[in-house]
Write a protein that binds this ligand. Structure first.
Ligand SMILES: Nc1nc2c(ncn2[C@@H]2O[C@H](COP(=O)(O)OP(=O)(O)OP(=O)(O)O)[C@@H](O)[C@H]2O)c(=O)[nH]1
Ligand SMILES: [Mg+2]
Length: 305
């Protein structure tokens, strides 16, 4: 492939919490890279997922759901969204079709007012979760979206079962500028394995616990020792905000944390394709979600490249 015809650039996946952004990124990459969950605000940072083809490279950016921030962690999460918006050559705005209701695309108009940058780059609207939507609702949403004249393409998709995802990839690739590839061919993200391992632990916390626990948990991988001929050794610290949460997390006679450990280990082994010995530790870090220093230590401050 001649360097002159290669296309390469950034695509930001944005939308409300739970719209299916992370599920879409995994579908695009054809592998489970980022965590997904029915609870909102699963994704907390901008995460790159790189799709490599001989003739193009698209750097997709998964982002936290767009919200009105109520505390410092949420403010930091939104700054990750802004960063993705700034980097994007194309915007993938994803909406859950089953949540749209009457005039539901108004929120997208508000989004465009909020982020005027979007109108200066091609935007593609993805109407997601068509596997569980009535055809009439889909038709109505498409008609409504066409009226706005904002979108270069409007694509109904199911991120979950991959329906129309190849079209998304094709249209995005066409929007990429002619540019040599930014990343080597064989990497799927700029994040290190440790990050994805910590995310898998958090995903299992989202699955196992209710109420505030998942939102009050942050994971730090304290040790990660790779061993070629035996299990990798991984020690993960779970920070939570209060003592009462610590007892819930651990459970009676340690039953809950044991379950968490088993689920997380299985997920990590699948991701690393290697057996793992996982040790979970729990520590209280008072009010970390509103503590600027803690958030900096947990890596929420935006890094300038
Ligand atoms: N039925 C159906 N469910 C979907 C589809 N796409 C995503 N989901 C589900 O919707 C929920 C949210 O998906 P995520 O990918 O975590 O959503 P997100 O937009 O990344 O959410 P945040 O990270 O919280 O902003 C999960 O339970 C997914 O399985 C789809 O096409 N069809
Ligand atoms: Mg997500």
């Amino acid at each position: 492939m001649s360097q002159q015809t290669i296309r390469c650039g950034y695509a930001a996946i944005i939308g409300k919490p739970n719209a299916g952004k992370s599920t879409l990124l995994n579908a695009i990459l054809g592998q489970k890279l980022v965590i997904t969950n029915p609870k909102p605000q699963t994704t907390r940072k901008k995460i790159l997922g790189i799709l490599n083809e001989p003739e193009f490279q698209v750097i997709f950016m998964d982002t936290p759901g767009i919200i009105e921030p109520k505390y410092l962690l949420q403010e930091k999460m939104m700054s990750h969204v802004y960063l993705a918006l700034g980097d994007a050559d194309v915007f993938l705005i994803i909406a859950d079709i089953t949540e749209l209701g009457d005039g539901g695309l108004k929120y997208i108009e508000k989004l465009l007012e909020q982020f005027p940058r979007i109108s200066r780059r091609p935007a593609i609207l993805l109407l997601n979760k068509i596997d569980k939507a009535q055809p009439e609702i889909l038709e109505k949403a498409i008609a409504e979206a066409e009226q706005t004249k904002v979108f270069k393409h409007i694509i109904p998709i199911s991120a979950l079962n991959g329906q129309n995802v190849p079209d998304v990839i094709r249209f995005v690739a066409e929007c990429m500028p002619i540019h040599p590839k930014y990343f080597p061919d064989d990497i799927v993200s700029d994040e290190i394995e440790r990050f994805f391992v910590s995310e898998i632990v958090r995903e299992k916390i989202l699955e196992l616990y209710h109420d505030e626990i998942p939102y009050s948990s942050e994971i730090v991988i304290e040790e990660f020792t790779e061993r070629e001929n035996s299990k990798h050794y991984i020690a993960a610290m779970i920070y939570i905000e209060r003592n009462s949460q610590k007892s819930i997390l651990i459970g009676k006679k340690g039953e809950q944390i044991k379950k968490l450990g088993e689920l997380a280990r299985a997920g990590i082994e699948e991701f690393l394709e290697h057996p793992v010995y996982l040790e979970l530790r729990v520590k209280v870090r008072d009010g970390w979600r509103t503590d600027a220093r803690a958030l900096r230590q947990f890596g929420y401050d935006i890094k300038e490249d």
